[in-house]
Design a protein around this ligand. Structure first.
Ligand code: PMP
Length: 371
């Protein structure tokens, strides 16, 4: 099996597994218990929390543990007490739908190359909450958070960012960006599934979306997923320390992949702006993206035609329409996302299968046409 769907989920790093094991076995107490076992677990949890803040350079932020980025984004967008929501047109459904659940958000449009359209930047009001992701999960474009914060803060607005697809792929420095809130998730960077976090600079501006416990500074009731959080902190530390190596690895694979795809007539999305090295989304002018994905799957190659959370509704991509793609073009899209264990041979296997499918199906279409 060649797995090229790392934006959907990437394997657990050994560092994360090692950090989790004691908390799945011997250190099983509830961190809210006041006995010695509970206090020991609480102290480990607090160290993991502090380590994440240190790795993200967020000394002024409080970290709220959640079940993942979906819950963190929901808390960020729904739990914010004041102002309007301003979100980019490229946001993940968890931001998009949470923002639409109770408010009619203002949408900051994208340009066709995936970047933010500054000519159509919304005028902000004091207390507004702007949400723009660090890296887009579909086509990999990176957004200029420091500029966005400067723009928003000058008008008295706050900034939330979803950094889920950025961790382990580009530098994420909360102080340098200046964001007021930041979302992360473990399983996109080599941690376990089912844990994530929301960093908040001014937690008093948010209210809880879950009830029945005082955990997480009264913002997220429920017993903390201790082992998972230990895995998250260890994964973040590992990917932060090896970031230059990871980036080099991703960009070498990306260069060879994209050169070959372009030679086959593919159009790479988001090419103009800065992009992370592990993500390539492209339009295949000849073949349907879902058909291509299924044929590749039969050849043992796993890719996707967009975010896994929306894979039940192919071709219905709000994000692709935000780039100005027609519904017809959106049907021809495929995403390849690499991980730290992806090799040059994996890319070659993908390309060989891709070319074979092309030959077979293009010939079939010609025969059908003649017939
Ligand atoms: N935000 C982005 C940008 C994502 O790519 C994803 C996962 N597709 C999420 C949020 C949701 O993450 P989780 O699986 O941790 O809920």
């Amino acid at each position: 099996m060649v797995y090229l769907d790392h934006n959907a989920s990437t394997p657990l790093l050994p560092e994360a597994l090692d950090a989790m094991l004691p908390f799945l076995t011997t250190h099983h107490a509830n961190p809210s218990s006041s006995h010695a076992s509970g206090r020991m677990v609480r102290s480990a949890l607090d160290s993991a929390r502090a380590q994440v803040c240190e790795d993200l350079n967020a000394p002024d932020h409080q970290l709220i543990i959640t079940s993942g980025a979906t819950e963190a984004n929901t808390l960020a967008l729904l739990g914010y007490k004041a102002g309007r929501r301003i979100i980019s047109a490229g946001e993940h459904d968890s931001v998009w739908e949470a923002a639409h659940a109770t408010h009619q958000p203002v949408i900051w449009p994208l340009m066709s190359d995936g970047r933010l359209d500054w000519d159509r930047a919304p005028v902000l009001m004091p207390g507004d909450l702007v949400s723009v992701m660090v890296v887009n999960n579909e086509f990999g474009t990176c957004y200029p958070l420091a500029e966005i914060c400067a723009y928003a803060h000058a008008q008295g607005a706050l900034v939330h960012t979803d950094a889920t697809q950025a961790l382990g792929k580009c530098a994420v420095d909360v102080m340098a960006m200046g964001v007021d809130a930041l979302t992360g998730s473990a399983h996109k960077m080599g941690g376990p599934k089912g844990v994530g976090f929301l960093l908040l600079k001014s937690p008093h501006l948010w209210s809880a979306r879950t009830f029945g416990g005082a955990q997480e500074f009264d913002l997220r009731a429920g017993t903390e997923p201790v082992a998972a959080m230990m895995g998250l902190a260890a994964a973040l530390r590992a990917v932060t320390r090896s970031l230059p190596t990871r980036q080099q690895h991703f960009s070498l694979l990306q260069q060879s992949l994209e050169q070959a795809l372009v030679a086959e007539g593919a159009i790479i999305l988001g090419q103009a702006g800065p992009r992370v090295g592990n993500t390539t989304m492209f339009i295949d002018p000849n073949l349907d993206g879902d058909m291509l994905r299924m044929q590749l799957d039969k050849c043992g190659v796993a890719v996707s035609s967009g975010a896994a959370c929306r894979s039940q509704t192919p071709g219905d991509s709000r994000i692709l329409r935000a780039l100005g793609l027609t519904a017809e073009q959106a049907q021809h899209v495929l995403r390849v996302s690499t991980g730290i264990d992806t090799t040059a041979e994996h890319i070659t296997t993908f390309l060989t299968a891709y070319r074979q499918i092309h030959q077979k199906w293009t010939r079939r279409e010609v025969i059908q046409h003649v017939g």
